[in-house]
Design a protein around this ligand. Structure first.
Ligand SMILES: [Zn+2]
Length: 176
């Protein structure tokens, strides 16, 4: 989506342009606004699915809380230097975890800072494509659902694996 020429431009605007270039039938509506818990519900209401690729826990936790409250599936994708993760959360369900069940509630939790540790562009592309595939799966229902599972790609070992995520009965975001 992004090239050197986009440095300094609005990320949402450039992404919307890129989506339209790929498929002119796509309606992309960029919203250039800081996303936080005060506007999360209003920005996400009515969506069929939320695809989260945020780079910090505070925003991810706000997205998750809104997804649980609105009962919208949350497809979450993340990468580190050599590892990527994709998961689908349906935390409003009594038998499915939310994102906070996995990571806890601390918005200042130590995370991987891409600016400091670096990111492999090819890994971002790979995990992004996997997230796109899982989005189509979640919306159409083909194959087996990723809900309650975390798919992990380890590029040091060239290995894909999946682990189950349990619902945390003490989770403040989804215990209902
Ligand atoms: Zn939870």
């Amino acid at each position: 989506m992004f090239t050197d020429a986009d440095i300094g431009a609005s990320k949402a605007g450039v992404a919307a342009d890129a989506a339209r270039r790929i498929n002119p039938h796509v309606e992309a509506v960029p919203v250039v606004k800081r996303f936080d818990s005060s506007n999360a519900g209003a920005l996400l209401a009515g969506a069929s699915l939320i695809l989260d690729g945020c780079d910090n826990f505070e925003t991810r936790l706000a997205v998750n809380r809104a997804a649980v409250a609105l009962e919208i599936p949350l497809l979450s994708a993340a990468i580190g230097a050599f590892e990527g993760q994709v998961a689908l959360y349906e935390g409003w369900r009594t038998d499915a975890p939310c994102y906070q069940c996995l990571v806890g509630a601390d918005p200042d939790r130590e995370g991987i800072n891409c600016a400091e540790t670096g990111v492999m562009g090819a890994l971002a592309g790979m995990v992004g494509t996997m997230a796109a595939l899982e989005t189509v799966r979640a919306l159409t229902g083909w194959g087996s659902s990723l809900a309650g599972r975390l798919a992990i790609v380890d590029m040091l070992e060239r290995r894909w694996r999946e682990v189950g995520i349990g619902k945390d009965p003490e989770c403040a975001a989804c215990r209902g």
